[in-house]
Write a protein that binds this ligand. Sequence first.
Ligand code: GLA
Length: 358
Amino acid sequence: MGWNDWYQYGCQVSDQIVRANASAMVKSGMKAAGYTYVNIDDCWQGQRDAKGFIHPNDRFANMKELGDYIHSLGLKFGIYSSPGPKTCAGYEGSYGHEQQDADTYAGWGVDFLKYDWCSASKVYQPDQMQAAYRKMYEAIRSTGRPMVFSLCQYGLETVWRWGASVGGNMWRTTDDIGGDYNRVSLFGFQQNGLAKFAVHGHWNDPDILQVGLGHLNHEEQLTQMSLWCLLAAPLLAGNDLTKMTEETLQILTNPEVLAVDQDPDGVQGYRVSQEGPLEIWAKPLSGNAILVGLFNRSESAVRMEIPFKALGMNGPLQGRDLWQRKDLGVLQEHFFDEVPRHGVVLIKLKASSGKSGS
Ligand code: GLA
C-alpha cells in the first residue's frame, strides 16, 4: 500500500511535491491505515555524468536526502526507471546501466522500483522481455538492499505467468488505467481468471487507484476500491494527499475494506456470475469468511441477489456491509440489496449458528 505521483502531477513532480505528500500521508491518517510506499514515477531523472552515474533533474535537490526524509517519517521510498534507453516520458532509462543504477538507488535508500518497458521495445524483441526484467532483478539483488520490484509492461506477453520467476513482486496486468469509469471498469472487470497467479509476495497489479482524482463519482470510486480489494491488488493512491476531501480519505482508509485487501490468506477473488452489466465477485478470506461484491455496471439502480449456494456455502451466515459498516444480522439462504448505478454493495459473510433472519 502506498502512493504514486503520476496521475496527479505527471512530469511536474518535484522534491517539494514528494515531501509534501509524504508528510500528508502521515498527518492525514493514511500511514496509520497502512499506506507505506511513497513512489516517484517518471520524470525525476536528469543526465548521466562522465562515469555514467544518473543524477536527478533540477526539480530534485538530493535523492539521498529525500529518501532520508521519507524514512524519517517511517515510510518507504519508491523510484521509477525503464529497461530501455528512455522512459515513457523521454527521460533517461537504465539500458546499459542496470547495475550502476541499482547501486545508485541502493545508495539513495530506495525500497521500491517500478520498471517500465517503454522504449525497451526499440532495443529488445518481445522474447527478450523476461531476460531484460531478470537482469534488473539480479542487479537489485546484488546490491543487498531489498526493493519491491514492480514490473510495468501493460500486461504484455501474459506477464502473470512469468512475472514472479523474473523477481517481480507485482506486475501490471493492464494498460494505463487513468480516465473515467469506462476505463477503470473495463480494466478492473477484465481481471477475472488471474487469481491463481497471485501469491504472497507476487501480485497482479491492475494499476493505480483513481480515488480523489476527480474523474469518478462516489459510487464509481467505491467500485474501484472494492474491486481492487477483491483482487488482493496493490493499493497505490494517486491523488494529492495534501488536499484530500473527507470523502476521499474515508474511501481510501475504511479499515474494514483495507483489511480484506490485506487479508492474511492473500487469495485473489473471482467472478461468481455475470448477467449482462451485473457482476458478482467473491474472495475467500481467512477465518472461513468470504467477501462478496455485487457490482452494477448499468445506468440505473438494480436489485441484485446472491444465493449462498452460488458461493458453495450454506446458510445461515452472518453478514456485514463493509461500506455502510453495518451488521446485516443472520441471513438464511441469500442476500439481496439495491445496488446504485455504477455502484457496489460489498459484504463479508461468515458462518453463523443463529436461526433468525431472511
Ligand atoms: C507508462 C506507465 C504509467 C506511467 C507512465 C510514465 O505509461 O504505464 O504508469 O508510469 O508511463 O511516463
